[in-house]
Write a protein that binds this ligand. Structure first.
Ligand code: SF4
Length: 100
């Protein structure tokens, strides 16, 4: 008999959690900044999006996915672009320290 347990899962299974996201019916503009948005306007929009993420049942899956693919734009898993950059930079610094 053929052993299939080590084959990759169907792609849809990897993304199924997105159907449970608290942002499902919200406008994407809430999570992605328009061109040139800065300052308090940007901070307010990001905080509103993060508040939605804080109620989301799949926040951890969303965050893990965004970090693993280094998602460059938007609020994912309660993290902004700057939050993700800071976390990834820390991981790189930690792995460099461990290697030396
Ligand atoms: S964590 Fe935030 S961005 Fe991710 S699915 Fe939930 S509400 Fe949407």
């Amino acid at each position: 008999m053929t052993e299939i347990s080590r084959l990759p899962k169907p792609l849809a299974e990897l993304w199924e959690w997105q159907f449970e996201g608290a942002c499902q019916d919200l406008p994407s503009e809430m999570f992605f900044h328009p061109e040139g948005e800065r300052g308090p306007r940007r901070r307010n929009r990001e905080n509103a999006a993060k508040a939605v993420c804080a109620t989301c049942p799949v926040i951890q899956q969303c965050r893990d996915q965004a970090l693993s693919i280094q998602e460059p734009y938007g609020i994912w898993g309660g993290l902004s672009e700057d939050d993700r950059t800071m976390i990834l930079d820390r991981k790189i610094s930690a792995s460099i320290s461990e290697a030396s």
